[in-house]
Design a protein around this ligand. Structure first.
Ligand code: ADP
Ligand code: MG
Length: 206
């Protein structure tokens, strides 16, 4: 089973990845968690370029391709091997984030980003993507650290990101559910489980 969490920064992705990992582990599942971009040697280097270097000019298309390169490595080095071992994979972001940040909010062509994503991932998509939704301004308030390069693009951009996630959820090109992130972490986790439990049951029946 392959699950990804997405949503604006501060929505609670890292928190929910942790809660779901603990819940699955308590049920005897082997769980691999990762973050996209990152979780490989190459991916972490690219992540550093993408998120930390405010002084390196990066065109939106170059940006999109750097994310894709990181993801391609993540799929081959981490995700596909774990799934082949029969383990659960939980990723903090995945291709959908690229579609939303670079296309919906960044002006690149949506279709092109999806297509490039299929090439980069060899077509490997999550069984379910959980979008944690809340107003960008409220999410920003939750963050107790200075903004990274993507976040530093301002609230208007972040609100376009939020709307992009909602549009993609409605379009449902891949299995996506939206969960309100404007509740306590435990309440969000409970909502997440309502979507995960049927998936697990289906997996067990196979
Ligand atoms: P993300 O990974 O999406 O940026 P985090 O999980 O790191 O978000 O959460 C951002 C901050 O908000 C953290 O300090 C975290 O403890 C807090 N937080 C996470 N979920 C909630 C929630 N449901 N309600 C209130 N605060 C939260
Ligand atoms: Mg996080």
């Amino acid at each position: 089973m392959f699950i990804s969490f997405d949503g604006v920064d501060g929505a609670g992705k890292s928190t929910q990845v942790r809660l779901l990992r603990e819940w699955l582990a308590a049920r005897g599942k082997q769980v691999v968690t990762c973050r996209d971009p990152g979780s490989t040697s190459l991916g972490e280097k690219l992540r550093d370029v993408l998120l930390s270097h405010h002084d390196v000019p990066i065109h939106r298309r170059s940006e999109m391709l750097l994310y894709m390169a990181a993801r391609s490595q993540l799929v081959e080095e981490v995700i596909r091997p774990a799934l082949e071992r029969g383990e659960c994979v939980i990723s903090d972001r995945y291709l959908l984030a690229n579609v939303v940040y670079q296309a919906h909010a960044g002006g690149q062509d949506c279709e092109q980003v999806w297509q490039t994503g299929r090439v980069a991932t060899g077509g490997l998509m999550p069984d379910l993507t959980i979008v944690l939704d809340m107003p960008a301004a409220a999410a920003k308030e939750r963050q107790g650290r200075p903004p990274d390069r993507m976040e530093a693009q301002g609230l208007e951009y972040m609100e376009r990101v939020r709307q992009g996630f909602l549009k993609e959820a409605a379009a449902a090109r891949i299995p996506i559910v939206v969960v309100s992130a404007a509740q306590s972490p435990e309440e969000v986790h409970a909502q997440v489980l309502r979507h995960i439990e049927p998936l697990l049951a289906r997996g067990a029946a196979r």
